[in-house]
Ligand binder design. Structure first.
Ligand SMILES: [Zn+2]
Length: 99
C-alpha cells in the first residue's frame, strides 16, 4: 500500500482516510537503501505510539502526519501526500534482533 494514491485505508479499523485527516504511518528502510517504504497507515484511534519490536538491519520510522493532496496537472488528478510530518518513534538498523 502506498501513500501517493487517492485512497488510504487504516490498517486497524479499515476506515477510509482522506485529505485533511491525521494519520500515523509506519515505514522502514534497508541499511543500504535510500528510499523509505511506507507500509502501514493508521487513523488516530488505531495508531500505535511506538515501534513494537525493532528489526535488526533496517531503519524503522513511525510518523504522524496530515493527509494533504497535490494536483497533478498532467493527468488532471489529485494524489494524497503527507504534510506536517512529525516523527513519533524511530529505530536504527542496529537495534533489534534477527528476523
Ligand atoms: Zn483505524
Amino acid at each position: 500500500m502506498g501513500i501517493s494514491r487517492t485512497r488510504v485505508v487504516c490498517l486497524g479499523c479499515g476506515a477510509n482516510l482522506g485529505e485533511g485527516r491525521a494519520v500515523t504511518v509506519y515505514g522502514y528502510r534497508g541499511a543500504d537503501s535510500e528510499t523509505w517504504n511506507l507500509r502501514r497507515c493508521y487513523c488516530t484511534d488505531c495508531a500505535p505510539t511506538a515501534i513494537g519490536e525493532p528489526t535488526l538491519g533496517v531503519s524503522e520510522l513511525l510518523v504522524q502526519a496530515w493527509l494533504g493532496s497535490i494536483a497533478l496537472p498532467r493527468t488532471r488528478t489529485h494524489e494524497l501526500c503527507l504534510t506536517e510530518v512529525e516523527v513519533v518513534d524511530a529505530s536504527p538498523p542496529t537495534a533489534g534482533s534477527d528476523p
